[in-house]
Ligand binder design. Sequence first.
Ligand code: ZN
Length: 252
Amino acid sequence: MNSPLPIVDRWFVSESMEDGITRIEEPYADEFLRGNIWHVAGDDRDLVVDSGLGIGSLRTEFPELFANNPVLVVTHAHLDHMGSAYEFADLRAHALEPLHAPHGTSIRGDVLAAQLGLSETLPELLVTARTRSCDPERYEVRPVVATVTVAEGDVIDLGNRRLQILHLPGHTPGSICLFDWDSGALFSGDVVYDDDLLDDLFESDDQAYVRSMHRLRDLPVRTVYPGHGESFNGHRLREIIDSYLRAATRTV
Ligand SMILES: [Zn+2]
């Protein structure tokens, strides 16, 4: 038997970034599933991008996240992005993302790899601690239904800033980014982050991914707030895109 996981009272950590943006992440999740939750303060209302695994409660640990009528945008229906979506009254995602029946639901490595069609081997259990309310052996991501579906070109208006929805399929059919044309901030989900990009899952489409990357390369992006890992600038974004496109051309 495995030794029992330590129980922690706080599941998340947060870090203030520039420009009213806060990053929340899950230090006890394996790095494969350790995603970013972005909180963007607005004058009229707040925006939250993605929602972690749902092992800890955002409403309990970060009540301030819910103080200004937040709209949650889920970039795609993977468990590490939609886990706490059930806590939000205004929950938006692309219609092609099956939030009601997500493909990957488990934090057991072998189960998740089989559910997603992942070629790499994952650790046996994808967390190193637990909360009192969540037993990782029984964990399954909680299905939800979007209260509003979003599509290419839609705008999320926070009063002092506006973010446009970009539909950029490839990782999944309904993957979206949010782009602020005024500040150049891009919330990129799993479309792009500074690590190996996943374009070979069951639901992935590598040719669509290439088209999405070409489109992203032409945008005036200044700062990327990705679904995983540290944020980076537009120069690094174009390096990542070019490296992806070079490798994609080699395999065609
Ligand atoms: Zn994903």
